[in-house]
Design a protein around this ligand. Structure first.
Ligand SMILES: C[S@@+](CC[C@H](N)C(=O)[O-])C[C@H]1O[C@@H](n2cnc3c(N)ncnc32)[C@H](O)[C@@H]1O
Length: 202
């Protein structure tokens, strides 16, 4: 994981990666829940993907999606070196059509132990509508960046960077919707940029 972090730090988008503490948290969480069948939306260079792959058993699976294969391939050699690449099925695609296709097949419903969402922040609520059907009862969905640089608790007129302002309303809308969704119980963790864990109840 250290090697992949160092590699990612040299990449121009490195601010977008999951933080080291989030990676360690994900790794431990997945071991604790004995996750086997998982999904990740938003791979980038694969830091959170590696943290997940290392936690799964030898026959564990991760369906990983990203619109950019090039960045995934940058980190892939580290994932291969760690001996966990066989657990990953990478799809170069926007996540939404892949989710819609998965939902067409009844056997995918309620089949995922864990789903990590870290892409396309203004679509999280649209993902949630689909993911709640795909995760198993008792399984977890983790939404990354739900603190959104602290902006979700900042005063309305606080000076914010442009990209923070851009997604702030979407993240706040997601947080409010998750808090009142009766199908889940949630826990918002102030790790990294905030991860909201949602456990499906029914
Ligand atoms: C924040 S990065 C992911 C970081 C990664 N989880 C990690 O911890 O290193 C977001 C990624 O989402 C991808 N992305 C953006 N829109 C997407 C979409 N609609 N579907 C899937 N991936 C998308 C981007 O290409 C980018 O690599």
């Amino acid at each position: 994981m250290k090697e992949l972090r160092e590699l990612t730090a040299k990449h121009p988008w490195n601010l977008m990666t999951t933080s080291a503490d989030e990676g360690q948290f994900l790794n431990l969480l997945l071991k604790l829940i004995n996750a086997k069948n998982t999904m990740e939306i938003g791979v980038y260079t694969g830091y959170s993907l590696l943290a997940t792959a290392l936690a799964l058993p030898h026959d564990g699976k991760i369906l990983a999606m990203d619109i950019n294969r090039e960045n995934y391939e940058l980190g892939l050699r580290v994932i291969q070196k760690a001996g966990v690449a066989h657990k990953i099925e990478f799809k170069e695609s926007p996540a939404m059509p892949v989710l819609d296709e998965l939902l067409q097949d009844e056997k995918n419903h309620g089949s995922y132990d864990f789903i990590f969402v870290d892409a396309d922040k203004d679509n999280y609520l649209n993902y949630h509508k689909r993911l709640i059907e795909l995760v198993k009862v008792g399984g977890l969905i983790g939404y990354d960046n739900t603190l959104w640089n602290g902006s979700v608790v900042a005063p309305a007129d606080a000076p914010l960077r442009k990209y923070v302002t851009y997604y702030r309303d979407s993240v706040m809308e997601l947080n409010k919707a998750l808090a009142v969704d009766p199908r889940i119980e949630i826990c918002m963790l102030p790790v990294g940029d905030g991860i909201t864990l949602c456990r499906r109840l029914r």
